[in-house]
Design a protein around this ligand. Structure first.
Ligand SMILES: [Zn+2]
Length: 257
């Protein structure tokens, strides 16, 4: 493989040749190819990994184009996952790319066991519970991200080390959506940047304490809150992976995507 495309990362003391080679052995699953997920797909493809698996059931709408940076006018009405896969292959043909034009539900959770990390680009809590249960079951780290209005949040979940998503969320709630609350053009890519940097550090075995970070992209404020493991957690303590059962996989999904 021609490593010259990675020369500027190999020159970094935080990456270097060994870590770049390590990244090129890693597979990442991106669930949701909207504002954060599509930006993350581009960032991972430029970073250099071995494989990307992209999953999203939606098609590209004109209301997506203010923030979903992989897509343009020629992509309207096409599937996001398939379109993102085409763009990623164009950016970096050395990466193996798979895509699924379907929802990430309990039936698709097996994909988690085929990768080194999951990046959450979803917009609803139910899908995050499915990701969380699957990642705990298979021992795969994931990065939670969320963006709306002018702010967002992100957190690493590393099974066996950090708190999980179910440690601080018990049931899916109907979340405000970008369709009703709005979202500033720059914010999902900003949160994706922090999320992908978190993923890079996890893939390279840097420490992460599982804190959640809240970022106000308009007033330039970052707040970190430590999230301890919940000793009564249904998922990471009790190993009750109920969202991997079909009957739970439709609860509380956002109606406005
Ligand atoms: Zn937990």
């Amino acid at each position: 493989m021609d490593m010259s495309r990675y020369a500027r990362q190999i020159a970094l003391k935080q990456i270097g040749k060994d870590n770049q080679e390590k990244l090129l052995t890693k597979s990442v699953l991106i669930v949701g190819l909207g504002g954060t997920g599509s930006a993350a797909a581009e960032m991972f493809s430029r970073l250099g990994v071995k494989q990307l698996i992209l999953i999203d059931r939606d098609k590209i709408e004109i209301t997506n184009l203010n923030r979903q940076i992989l897509y343009g006018m020629e992509d309207l009405k096409k599937y996001k996952a398939e379109t993102a896969a085409d763009k990623v292959r164009e950016i970096n043909p050395d990466i193996k790319v798979e895509f699924y034009n379907k929802a990430f539900d309990a039936d698709m959770a097996y994909l988690v066991n085929t990768v080194d990390l999951v990046f959450d680009g979803t917009d609803n809590m139910t899908t995050r519970f499915i990701i969380n249960d699957a990642c705990d079951k298979y021992g795969i780290p994931w990065v939670f991200t969320s963006a709306i209005e002018t702010y967002g949040e992100f957190k690493a979940v590393i099974p066996g080390k950090t708190s999980c998503y179910a440690c601080f969320n018990t049931e899916p709630a109907e979340l405000p959506s970008c369709a009703t609350s709005g979202v500033l053009s720059t914010v999902p890519a900003m949160i994706a940047l922090y999320g992908v940097n978190t993923a890079i550090k996890i893939l390279l075995d840097y420490e992460n304490d599982g804190s959640i970070y809240f970022i106000d992209g308009f007033n330039f404020e970052i707040n970190r809150i430590g999230i301890e493991k919940n000793i009564n957690c249904r998922c990471c303590h009790d190993k009750n992976y109920r969202y991997l059962n079909r009957e739970y996989s439709g609860i509380g999904k956002s109606l406005l995507l």
